[in-house]
Design a protein around this ligand. Structure first.
Ligand code: DCP
Ligand code: MG
Length: 385
């Protein structure tokens, strides 16, 4: 018999704001709001101290990205207009968002969890599901160890719940925020889940919640007790079935793990062995095409990489690789071609070639925004082979 599943959901507390507090510990305990543009970055004064922007001074149409719990106590939450937030918390400190920093801490906390429980499903920058089923420790100890690992690695707190499935784990991690630790079982559904508003279930959006409320179904418990035929009549067979299942805490979705690729590469074996000089043009065309395909793969998967490598297999089947590491990660075909070309100049080309490959490693998540530093990638700072 399979052991009962143990699924954790972990969500970082006030994530972006908490990362900012690592950088500006003097703001701990204060209402802090993250949002807005570069203009609100703290200014260094001549005496070395920092002047932070006050929320009250904000003018514009930006929205709050997130806020510290102190700001939330004043009614300021994610997605609220900044001007409205300023009326509620005029003395709050306003900081611009620094997505590179948040991505960095996101990778760090996930890596810390992976040292204890490697079966992880990424759900975004600050949340993951973790399958604890096959880990040899009780749920409470595991949850404590995971929280401690996250705190040791990042200095940040998170909230975690362990439950028989993703649905309950996700709801559970919010029950005791911040710095929460919640254990939920099917036996707890009636007492802990049924009193919650229907919208707390991931998958019941504002529109569905409204339609449910119009039928007098405000809480999860209301849905659980509702007549199934009535649900079917209003929501159709499949959504009604799903509603009844989730209201009873039933969810069979697996934790979907996929490990981050270490590198992305393309290689091709030639129709006939090619010679570097005599087939120069053909070889060059294939080489460029490989670089273009790697660049497409990178951009489709959302990565850039710093280590560019080539692989050659000679007519006698011997294989060589060369790579070099650039000062900054790249993802465009021309830059990959230049770097790979530099690698190619470091191998012997007397023998005919049967295979050519191009690889980009040292991957990092692409930001989607051009590098703000305007860095021009130049060849190479550091060469390894
Ligand atoms: N975020 C955003 N826009 C939103 C909500 C959130 O950009 N409307 C960002 C900022 C958050 C991060 O995503 O820091 C994670 O979202 P959460 O909903 O988990 O919110 P927090 O981590 O900030 O707070 P909590 O402690 O409630 O999880
Ligand atoms: Mg969070």
């Amino acid at each position: 018999m399979k052991p009962p599943r143990r699924i954790a959901h972990l969500d970082m507390d006030a994530f972006y704001a908490s990362v900012e507090l690592l950088r500006y510990p003097q703001l701990r305990g204060r209402a802090v709001v993250v949002g807005g543009r570069r203009a609100q970055a703290p200014q260094r004064l001549p005496d070395g101290s920092l002047r932070f922007a006050r929320l009250a001074d904000y003018v514009g149409r930006g929205v709050v990205t997130t806020s510290t719990y102190e700001a939330r106590a004043l009614g300021v939450f994610s997605a609220m207009g900044m001007m409205k937030a300023a009326r509620l918390a005029p003395d709050a400190v306003l900081l611009p968002a620094d997505f590179d920093a948040y991505r960095h801490y996101s990778r760090m906390f996930k890596a810390a969890v992976a040292t204890i429980a490697p079966s992880i499903e990424n759900r975004g920058i600050d949340e993951i599901y973790i399958d604890l089923t096959n880990i040899d420790d009780d749920s409470l100890s595991l949850a404590r160890r995971i929280k401690a690992a996250v705190r040791d690695a990042t200095g940040l707190s998170c909230s975690i719940a362990v439950a028989p499935n993703k649905l309950l784990a996700k709801i559970g991690s919010e029950l005791d925020k911040p710095d929460g630790l919640t254990l939920l079982d099917l036996a707890d559904v009636a007492t802990r889940i049924w009193p919650l508003p229907a919208g707390r279930i991931n998958g019941i959006g504002p529109k569905s919640a409204e339609r449910l409320a119009a039928l007098g179904l405000a809480t999860v418990g209301d849905i659980a007790r509702a007549d199934p035929a009535m649900l079917r009549e209003h929501f159709g067979h499949s959504y009604a079935t799903w509603l009844a299942d989730v209201a009873h805490g039933r969810d069979e979705r697996p934790v979907v793990t996929h490990s981050e690729p270490k590198s992305i590469s393309r290689e091709t074996t030639f129709e006939r062995d090619l010679h570097a000089q005599r087939d120069r043009e053909e070889l060059s065309g294939v080489f460029t095409a490989l670089c273009e395909r790697v660049a497409e793969d990178l951009s489709r998967k959302g990565y850039r990489g710093r280590t560019i490598g080539i692989k050659l297999r000679y007519a006698d089947f011997s294989t060589v690789t060369r790579d070099l590491t650039l000062p900054a990660a790249i993802d465009d075909a021309a830059a990959i071609r230049r770097a790979a070309g530099a690698c190619l100049r470091r191998v012997g080309l007397e023998q005919r070639l049967r295979l050519l490959g191009v690889r980009v490693g040292g991957l990092e998540a692409a930001t989607g925004v051009p590098d703000a530093s305007g860095y021009q990638v130049e060849l190479p700072l550091q060469v390894t082979s």
